[in-house]
Design a protein around this ligand. Structure first.
Ligand code: UD1
Ligand code: MG
Length: 368
């Protein structure tokens, strides 16, 4: 028997229940882990509070490790529950292979992120870490490696479907490297790393539900249900972390979190076959990356932190000439508090996701 509509709905409900437990677990564990991390001298200076890092408060760092571990436990429990519910189904078990590969990638990325937080690896090494983490997925990937040519272009290309083969696998790795690093460099003010992840994962969940509702193809629906199995735990565990990381942060998330979140999102885009849509959700990150290129590639000098300047007189942040969105927003829309700046950037993320939905509905016509 193949999974029916009812099976899929039931498994989504189970996933919601377990993910909510994940939220509670994160909220309970973050303060405990924060004490242990501080004891091991894993802390960061809250740079935007005092002007210089020197006098700034010590904030426990790398709390993404809690989110990551709770996420993994939740994701494994979801897998267990779903396979239990569907134990008598004969549907191909490809999804289990891919799901396990996805979890292996995420787990590997959490490990490398934590290593980065503890050892502070150089920037060039940071760039290639996700490459290794993405390998389990590329090896296990059973889906197609072809792209559909938009209708208006078919006469010019001469094909309606183009099989990219190996190039598609290279593209998958590039996507993982992009997603993980682009979240990590769109960061540095309280709440921004988690804030953008919460918005993107919510947008993906809405997109999955829309696709499940609109399609009659069970295979297609299942691809989006799998995305929900990963995005829902990511959303709830991130919200648990946000409770502590929102302004004024009592914990920092660390590269453990930014890499973990980027990897989880990239993996569902690949397995759910919606990586193009995913890149539209990543509009702020894409723009921030493009704008950062001169500094990232050493054409313009790049300091260790590209953060705004704090004005002790007014308590406001002032944009520097560093080329990222945090500073650009301050230069464009005027100086403001750290909290306001974070809210502005998160709202920009929300608008980008709304634009993505709009754009998708226009572009979908090209593929009909
Ligand atoms: C990336 C950015 C860097 C930015 C940093 C902040 C690039 C190339 N690198 O580096 O410009 O400054 O992220 O995350 O764009 N911090 C705060 N407040 C926060 C969050 C972080 O002051 O709300 C500071 C703390 O000192 C914390 C440190 O940033 O310890 C974490 O930096 P880290 O994640 O190690 O920096 P990178 O990812 O290397
Ligand atoms: Mg970082």
């Amino acid at each position: 028997r193949y999974p029916t509509e009812i099976d899929l709905r039931l498994s989504i409900l189970v996933c919601i229940a377990i993910s909510l437990c994940g939220f509670v677990a994160t909220v309970l564990l973050v303060p405990v882990a924060a004490r242990y991390l501080l004891r091991r001298n894993l802390f960061g200076r809250d740079i935007n509070k005092k002007g210089t890092p020197r006098g700034a408060a010590k904030v426990p760092e790398a709390l993404g490790i809690v989110t990551g571990i709770v996420f993994l436990v939740v994701a494994i429990l979801v897998q267990l529950a779903v396979s239990f519910l569907q134990y008598n189904l004969t549907a191909d078990s490809d999804w289990l292979v891919e799901y396990n590969a996805a979890l292996a990638c995420i787990c590997f990325m959490i490990l490398l992120g934590f290593v980065d937080d503890v050892l502070d690896v150089p920037w060039s090494v940071k760039l290639v870490l996700p490459f290794f983490s993405a390998l389990p997925l590329v090896m296990a990937y059973a889906g197609h490696t072809s792209i559909i040519i938009p209708k208006p272009l078919v006469p010019y290309v001469g094909l309606s479907v183009l099989d990219l083969g190996l190039i598609y696998k290279v593209y998958m790795i590039m996507l993982v490297i992009f997603c993980t690093n682009s979240i990590n460099i769109h960061a540095g003010i309280n709440g921004l790393e988690v804030g953008q992840t919460v918005v993107i994962s919510s947008a993906i969940l809405i997109f999955n539900l829309m696709q499940i509702g609109a399609s009659t193809d069970l295979d297609y629906k299942q691809a989006h249900v799998f995305s929900i199995y990963i995005m829902l735990p990511l959303l709830t565990t991130s919200l648990g972390l946000l409770a502590f990381n929102w302004y004024p942060s009592s914990v920092f998330v660390g590269d453990t979190y930014t890499y973990f979140a980027g990897m989880a999102i990239a993996v569902v885009g690949i397995l759910g076959h919606f990586s193009e849509t995913l890149l539209l959700f990543f509009l702020p990150q894409v723009l921030n990356f493009l704008y950062s290129c001169p500094q990232l590639f050493g054409i313009v000098p790049c300091p260790r932190h590209r953060l705004p300047r704090f004005d002790p007189q007014t308590g406001l942040l002032i944009g520097t000439s560093d080329m990222n969105f945090v500073n650009l927003f301050l230069r464009l829309f005027g100086q403001c508090t750290e909290k306001t700046l974070c809210i502005r950037l998160v709202i920009f993320q929300v608008f980008s996701c709304l634009l993505c939905f709009q754009l998708r509905s226009i572009l979908a016509g090209w593929y009909k």
